[in-house]
Design a protein around this ligand. Structure first.
Ligand code: BDR
Ligand code: CA
Length: 321
C-alpha cells in the first residue's frame, strides 16, 4: 500500500503534539508538511512549537506559518491552563534542531502541495479551520484535488455533549465558526472526528505511564508533555487520564473501521448563543432543509472501538504494529 501523504494543520497544543508523534512513527504516513494556526496558543507560540516538534520527530519536514486570527472574529486567548504557558505542557524546549520555516503562508503551502500531488493529499486539521478556508478562497479547485480532509472538531450530541467550551460549541469549531462552515461546505470528502468519539477515548494514567516505560524517547516525550494536560483533566473532569482528541483524527485516517459514521451535510452556527455548534442533517432524514440540502455530505463519527484505537496508538509508538 502506498503511504498516506499528509499535511498536518495544527495548533500545538499538547494533544496536537501527541498526534504528531503518532504520525511520525506510523509507517503508513508520509508527512509533507505542518501548517500552524492560532488556537491553543498564539500563532507565534504554535508555530514555534510546530517547528520544535517537526525538528525533533520528522526531520526535514517543513513548517508553514498560518493564520493569527479567525476570518471574522478576534483571536481567542491562549489556553494556558490546559496546554501550559508554552502550549506544550511547560516542558523545556530545546530548539537546536527546529524545523525550517517555509517562506510561504500556510494556505499557500496547502495549495501548492495539493497541486503538486493531485488526488493524493490528506489534510488532517486539528485546530481552527482558518488555513483551510483561506486555501479554498485562494484556489477553490483544490477541493477537487484533495484526497480527504479529516477534522478533529465539533460535537453532535452523543450522550448530550454538544461542546467543551460552551454548552453548544467545541473549541476548534468555535475558534473560527465562519471558516468551519466554509470548509464543511466545500466539495472535498470530509470526515469529522468530534467529541462524540474523542471524549469516550481516554488514555489513562497507567496507559501513559506504560508508554513512558515501553516506547523509548517518544513514550518519554508523550509522558512529559502530558503531565500538565492530565492535571487539567483531573481538575476539570475528575479524570485519571486524558481525552484523546487530535490523535483520534490520525487513527481515523489509518483505521476508519474503528469508527462508525453517519453521512449528511453539516452546518456551523455562526452567530448567537449557539455560535460554533455543528448540526448535521442525516442523509436519511426525509424532510427538506434548504440550509443543508445543497451542501455535500460529510461523514460524522458517532462511535469508536476504544480498545482498538488505544492499541493502534500504543503499537505505533512501541514499534509493535
Ligand atoms: C480540541 O481543542 C484543542 O484544545 C485541542 O488541541 C483539540 O484540537 C479539542 O476540543
Ligand atoms: Ca488541536
Amino acid at each position: 500500500m502506498s503511504k498516506h501523504k499528509v499535511i498536518y494543520d495544527t495548533d500545538p497544543g499538547v494533544d496536537d503534539a501527541m498526534a504528531l508523534v503518532f504520525q511520525a512513527l506510523h509507517p503508513d504516513i508520509e508527512l509533507l508538511g505542518l501548517t500552524s494556526v492560532f488556537g491553543n496558543a498564539t500563532i507565534e507560540t504554535t508555530t514555534r512549537n510546530a517547528r520544535f516538534l517537526a525538528g525533533r520527530f520528522v526531520a526535514g519536514v517543513p513548517v508553514a506559518q498560518g493564520a493569527a486570527a479567525p476570518l471574522e472574529r478576534t483571536a481567542p486567548d491562549p489556553l494556558a491552563w490546559i496546554h501550559g504557558d508554552n502550549g506544550l505542557g511547560n516542558i523545556a524546549l530545546d530548539m537546536t534542531d527546529e524545523a525550517e520555516l517555509d517562506p510561504r503562508s500556510a494556505h499557500r503551502f496547502i495549495v501548492d502541495t495539493v497541486r503538486a500531488h493531485p488526488g493524493e493529499v490528506t489534510l488532517i486539521a486539528v485546530g481552527p479551520l482558518t488555513n483551510l478556508a483561506l486555501a479554498l478562497a485562494e484556489d477553490p479547485q483544490i477541493a477537487t484535488l484533495v484526497k480527504q480532509v479529516v477534522i478533529m472538531g465539533g460535537a453532535f450530541g452523543t450522550d448530550g455533549v454538544l461542546g467543551n467550551v460552551t454548552p453548544a460549541a467545541e473549541a476548534n469549531i468555535l475558534g473560527d465558526p465562519h471558516a468551519a462552515d466554509i470548509v464543511l461546505g466545500a466539495a472535498w470528502p470530509v470526515a469529522i472526528v468530534g467529541l462524540d468519539v474523542t471524549q469516550p477515548t481516554i488514555m489513562s494514567h497507567e496507559y501513559l505511564a506504560s508508554l513512558r516505560d515501553r516506547a523509548g524517547h517518544a513514550g518519554q516525550f508523550v509522558w512529559e508533555v502530558s503531565r500538565h494536560y492530565e492535571a487539567f483533566h483531573e481538575q476539570s473532569a475528575q479524570l485519571a487520564g486524558i481525552y484523546v482528541h487530535d490523535s483520534s483524527a490520525v487513527a481515523y485516517l489509518l483505521a476508519p473501521e474503528l469508527y462508525t459514521t453517519r453521512s449528511g451535510p453539516v452546518r456551523v452556527v455562526t452567530e448567537g448563543i449557539a455560535i460554533g455548534q455543528t448540526i448535521q442533517k442525516p442523509s436519511t432524514m426525509p424532510v427538506p432543509a434548504p440550509e443543508w440540502d445543497d451542501r455535500p455530505e460529510c461523514k460524522v463519527c458517532l462511535g469508536v472501538d476504544v480498545p482498538g484505537m488505544l492499541a493502534l496508538y500504543e503499537n505505533t509508538l512501541c514499534g509493535t504494529l
